[in-house]
Write a protein of this length. Sequence first.
Length: 162
Amino acid sequence: MNRKILIYAAMAFLAILLVVIVYVFFGDKENRHSDIRIENASLRAPLPGQTVGVSYFHIINTGGANELLSISTPVSPNVELHTVLQEDGIMKMRKRETVKIPALTTTKFERGGLHVMLFDAKVPENMSFVPLTFTFVRPPVPAKNKDAEKTYTLTVEARLEN
């Protein structure tokens, strides 16, 4: 009988310990930063006499689903998300309003696919890195109220390429 009591007490202790460990490492999901990071960010400056630049990077998502809403930078007043599609054997560039970032994936913005266009870009000659501010939204999981969507930003320094 005493042995059963000790086993139940040990199991209860281990369950409480597990709950504490999970809370310490994962905490309140509503106040935590997303599991998104941006790597290999580069910005190709406009050619002389031109005003259009392009940016490439990888979005690594180690958490749940997110959506990229927009990107901004102080060197361009008009930044657009774009993709390249092949239609009837012809490569065409199309503007995207948003880009879904699936859970546990790497979304690559690279030549011939997703990329960012910077219009009317003016990059100072002395810059070697350009700040890019990404705006994401996390969909509600499950929504307790209608304002459950969480918008957040990340800023990275993109390596300037000529």
